[in-house]
Write a protein that binds this ligand. Sequence first.
Ligand SMILES: C[S@@+](CC[C@H](N)C(=O)[O-])C[C@H]1O[C@@H](n2cnc3c(N)ncnc32)[C@H](O)[C@@H]1O
Length: 210
Amino acid sequence: MSDSRLRQTVDLIARYYDGYKVGYVGHEGYRKSTDLVKFARCIDEMVSLGLVDPNRSLFLDLGCADGRVNVLMSYFVKISVGIEIDPEILAEYNPRKKELGQELRRANLIQPINNITLFQGNSLEAATYEQIESTLNLRFEDIDIFYTYITLHDLFGAKIAAEAKPKALYLVYGFNKILPRYRGLELLIPNLASEGIVALYGKGSFDWVP
Ligand SMILES: C[S@@+](CC[C@H](N)C(=O)[O-])C[C@H]1O[C@@H](n2cnc3c(N)ncnc32)[C@H](O)[C@@H]1O
């Protein structure tokens, strides 16, 4: 993130959403919110390593809640897609993004990029991906970077290993010392940006592993 206006924008977004952090075990699934300050540092490192490209990368948050990670990622990827199973949680996306937009405008910062689409559905069901394909002409096997905050990380890992394209990346937020392993995925960076919270996996073999 070399551009200082972009950096200020990301800082404001992180502060805004971190003011609405949630942590509970709901009946529809396990919900907690990504710490966007830490996550932004991890994305910074991925940008430095050339692993994220605003002109090319296709991003999917497999349990996106209010879409906060999608909003932040919109500045760094070509398409930012999210899936959320709980319609009430997903309904937080629009009012929150609107309020954020007002704060960004007041501070003369950059509005979220118009590349975000969130879907209500189950990330493990084919019908969800049929809806995404018919709306965006985008398939699971087109995605470059998958994301989850612990939720169903093992089932998502298995789905990525089985169905994603070779070299697809999988960011898992929420583990620190003891990291899970997924059959068919390589642990590329155990501790992104030394934040102690995000591990990066990849499908297949990689020659650049640090
Ligand atoms: C831990 S929260 C993370 C939210 C957001 N990605 C973040 O990092 O702030 C996980 C979200 O995944 C949703 N979820 C759980 N199971 C799901 C599934 N099978 N498909 C889609 N979303 C799911 C939950 O309702 C919850 O909102």
